[in-house]
Design a protein around this ligand. Structure first.
Ligand code: ADP
Ligand code: MG
Length: 223
């Protein structure tokens, strides 16, 4: 899904902290974008804005055909459930097998149980965990838990995948594997993918690279 930001500013603490400053940029549907920047530069704020968790103070944020700056809280929740899959650095896992953890991605979505189970099984195979389906998260490696998180994020067929430092806890080769998996699934689902990373080599894999410096988007680099 297409994303268009125009002169977006986001502040916190009644305007005392500016997390994003006058950000304008576009992403064509289906593009993979990497987002880099120092800690505190606004990366998570940017993802949360696109996911409808935050609202801009100024400017417009258009995702698909929804203007999130004008949308009600309810409309933004709908956007999140219908369009967005989030992957974080570490995801909450419940005590239960892989399948139960992937099924958490069906919450807040209108999916009947049978369809949700079919989708979960398909995704577990897709992320390479078919032979671990009955295992519990504490029996899995960090990389395998991120595979669960990716499968969970895909449950609702998101058209926008927002990954906030998904490889922050992984060794370099596992980080590369997980980044490749995100790219593959995003391509297969024709989803737009934003991945926040601190690793320049992983960032450089993306055809579109955004870098934030104290809330400003410094010239997007198009490969
Ligand atoms: P990054 O993800 O790049 O580390 P963030 O987007 O989390 O950066 O934060 C950008 C700035 O906004 C920081 O100065 C941070 O302290 C501030 N900030 C982020 N979220 C909040 C919040 N909920 N309340 C107050 N300040 C916040
Ligand atoms: Mg962050």
């Amino acid at each position: 899904m297409r994303v268009a930001l125009s002169h977006v500013t986001v502040t916190f603490r009644s305007g005392r902290v500016t997390a994003l400053r006058d950000v304008s940029a576009e992403i064509a549907a289906g593009t993979h974008v990497s987002v880099t920047g120092r800690s505190g530069s606004g990366k998570s704020t940017l993802l949360n804005l696109l996911g409808g968790l935050l609202r801009a103070d100024q400017g417009s944020v258009i995702v698909g055909d929804t203007d999130l700056t004008k949308a009600s809280g309810r409309r933004r929740s709908r956007h999140r459930a219908d369009n967005v899959g989030f992957v974080f650095q570490s995801s909450h896992m419940v005590r239960g097998p892989v399948e139960a953890n992937v099924l958490l991605g069906a919450r807040y979505r209108r999916m009947d149980r049978a369809r949700a189970r079919d989708r979960a099984r398909e995704l577990i195979a897709r992320v390479g965990l078919a032979n671990r389906i009955g295992d519990h998260p504490d029996e899995l490696s960090g990389g395998e838990r991120q595979r669960i998180a990716i499968a969970r994020a895909l449950m609702g067929h998101p058209r926008l995948i927002l990954a906030d430092e998904p490889t922050g806890n992984l060794d370099p080769s596992t980080a590369a594997e997980i980044t490749e998996l995100l790219e593959e699934v995003a391509r297969d689902e024709a989803a737009t993918l934003l991945v926040v990373t601190h690793d320049p080599a992983l960032a450089d894999r993306a055809p579109l690279r955004w870098h934030l410096d104290e809330g400003r988007l410094v010239a997007p680099v198009q490969a």
